[in-house]
Design a protein around this ligand. Structure first.
Ligand code: SF4
Length: 284
């Protein structure tokens, strides 16, 4: 039989991804619920729209440049759609006819939104959906890079985003993520990308230079998160970080601190009416 310490060290993940790292930074307890306890956390409609759009664009950008048209994107969407609509996550949304139409409309808006940012026929694509597993600053890292482009011989790392673009000063977390991808590509291929881009479909491109200087903070932060994660998994102490996001946390009914936070905010009229925790805690 395992003793407690052995059991807990088994909880340490084999690698750290940018999303896992960011979740741990946000709230270690939430990280535990998702990655250790594996409580159900089905993606909502917005995340599934993103998945659908990502997949269409992945295949579109694998086409020869002259075939990267909206017509081809529509054909690809038609080919991929049955997989989406029959997936358990989509079925769990229980959308009616209008809901399904709305879902398709949002998805097409995201797909077509690429043309607002660039002409895909002019992009020199080196790779799509590249699964990179490397060690960064001693941390086992894994990331799936949406696209690696070549521009005037320079390598560019690009990531699609279907959600609302943040103001640049609030984009730190997402910029950090794409910079970590750039660091991983350097580790894997031996060449440092020159730029990292976030393509907010239909909205804007947020771009940052990649250099030793810009990589420093994301790499230090990754190392720091990994160290804290090791401590948490060994001690089985995962602090709860309460705040406004508790009202949107899918695990709030499992978390006494988060529940208390939401109840206080609700009393003070400081929770949006559409926050899922209100229904989960029977407050509305
Ligand atoms: S409810 Fe709040 S404190 Fe609890 S796990 Fe979720 S985000 Fe963390």
């Amino acid at each position: 039989m395992n003793n407690g310490a052995e059991t807990m060290s088994e909880n340490l993940p084999p690698y750290l991804s940018p999303s896992s790292s960011s979740l741990f930074d946000q709230c270690a307890m939430k990280w535990k619920f998702r990655y250790v306890d594996r409580l159900p956390d089905p993606p909502g409609e917005a995340a599934l729209v993103g998945t659908f759009a990502h997949e269409v664009l992945e295949f579109l950008l694998q086409e020869p440049p002259q075939k990267r048209t909206k017509e081809r994107a529509k054909e690809l969407a038609g080919i991929i759609w049955p997989k989406i609509e029959n997936g358990v996550d989509f079925l769990a949304l229980t959308l009616g006819d209008d809901g399904v139409r709305n879902f398709k409309w949002k998805s097409w808006n995201a797909i077509e939104g690429l043309w607002k940012l660039e002409n895909p026929s002019e992009v020199e694509v080196q790779d799509t959906e590249r699964d990179v597993r490397v060690e960064l600053e001693g941390v086992p890292f894994r990331g799936v890079v949406d696209r690696i482009d070549k521009e005037e011989q320079a390598v560019i790392v690009a990531d699609y985003k279907s959600g609302k673009a943040p103001k640049k000063r609030f984009a730190g977390d997402k910029i950090r993520q794409v910079l970590l991808y750039a660091a991983a590509i350097r580790e894997a291929d031996g060449e440092l990308p020159s730029k990292a881009r976030l393509l907010f479909l239909g909205q804007e491109t947020i771009e940052t230079e990649v250099s030793e200087e810009t990589l420093k903070e994301p790499l230090e932060r990754l190392r720091n998160t990994w160290d804290q994660l090791n401590v948490a998994c060994t001690s089985n102490i995962f602090p709860a970080t309460t705040g406004p996001l508790c009202a949107w946390c899918p695990f709030v009914t499992h978390c006494p601190d988060g529940e208390q936070e939401v109840r206080q905010r609700f009393k003070g009229n400081r929770v949006r009416n559409d926050a899922p925790a209100l229904e989960a805690l029977s407050l509305i």
